[in-house]
Write a protein that binds this ligand. Structure first.
Ligand code: GLV
Ligand code: GLV
Length: 322
């Protein structure tokens, strides 16, 4: 069996595959950068499995190079919008992801962003380093409390639920949520309130955090019109996928004061960032690192490797996406 790994991942996952005695090819060149299409095509040749990461666009062309050997594409991510699922289905190639193991880490990063933007941490750090701290001040860098405020969770999956947990249990926030369907157990546990239409939720939120997958229906879910109906004092957080927010509209809303701030880990044209955003003080920009802790990345590597081991062993991998 040949397994192609498109980027160097934590060793624990590579070792699990090597222990099977398989030919494990790691695309070592792609350290600190995305794999090129040519590298993906070369790697897919006569591979039984591809371990892909979210910067790899795995389309029908790449799959065809691997056909007929290719049985599984194991994505090293919970999101799988980088893989053409329809093309995989037509070619009877299994696709898996890494749900669950990163939920807590992403929720922690989401809260880090929320606290940091509300308490102006990045701005304060820049201020201190620039030698501008001359005296303590009653009005110096005033931020906003989270406690008692209303958080709107867009998408009540695993990560959205965990963010709500921190909000309610840790910060006594009130939680509104928008999702295709209500969840009465969640409502009982967290005193949360379901809002069927996002337009009816946004005007009531002090913080809005996005936790939906990228689909045709969620592309530009947060657009200029929706930014305009948010409170002028509101903060927007995004740790899901960049294209869910119209990033140019976000830059405009932050410069015009339609909302007070934003903290985002993902970008519409990743790794590019709309230049206007970088000029603004009321936004925090992290480079798609919400799941980036040592512990979680090891677990993701194990999970992706295990999915391949099951699939190549003729069994159904545990994290098959439909
Ligand atoms: C990261 O963005 C992931 O989907 O795991
Ligand atoms: C989204 O990725 C979720 O699991 O909530």
């Amino acid at each position: 069996m040949k397994v192609f790994i498109s980027r160097p991942i934590p060793k624990v996952g590579i070792d699990m595959l090597k222990a099977k005695g398989w030919d494990v090819v790691v695309n070592e060149k792609a350290e600190g950068r995305a794999a090129t299409k040519a590298e993906l095509i070369e790697g897919a040749k006569s591979s039984d499995a591809i371990l892909a990461v979210l910067t790899d666009k795995i389309d029908g062309e790449v799959m065809d190079v691997g056909t007929p050997a290719l049985k599984i594409i194991a994505n090293y991510a919970v999101g799988f919008d980088n893989i053409d699922l329809e093309a995989a289905k037509q070619r009877k190639i299994m696709v898996t992801n890494t749900p669950g193991v990163l939920t807590n880490t992403v929720a922690e990063h989401t809260f880090t962003l929320m606290l940091s933007i509300a308490h102006r941490i990045s701005e304060a750090d820049r201020f201190s380093r620039a030698g501008r701290y001359h005296a303590w001040g009653p009005n110096l860098l005033l931020g906003t409390d989270l406690s008692g405020k209303t958080l709107g969770v867009v998408g009540l999956g695993r990560i959205g639920s965990r963010v709500a947990f921190h909000a309610v249990k840790g910060f006594e926030m009130k939680v509104l949520y928008n999702d295709p369907k209500p969840n009465s157990d969640f409502e009982k546990e967290f005193g949360a309130q379901y809002v069927e239409r996002i337009d009816d939720m946004l005007p009531h939120c002090d913080f809005v955090s996005i936790h939906v997958p990228l689909l045709d229906s969620t592309h530009h879910l947060i657009n200029e019109a929706r930014l305009k109906i948010m409170k002028r004092s509101a903060y927007l957080i995004n740790t899901s996928r960049g294209p869910i927010i119209d990033e140019k509209a976000l830059a405009l809303s932050l410069s015009k004061g339609w909302i007070r701030g934003a903290a985002i880990d993902v970008f519409e044209f990743e790794p590019e960032i709309v230049p206007e955003l970088k000029e603004l003080d009321n936004v925090i920009l992290t480079p798609h690192i919400a799941s980036a802790t040592g512990e979680t990345r090891n677990k993701m590597a194990e999970m992706a490797a295990q999915n391949i081991i099951e699939a190549l062993g003729g069994r159904t991998p545990p994290n098959l996406v439909k």
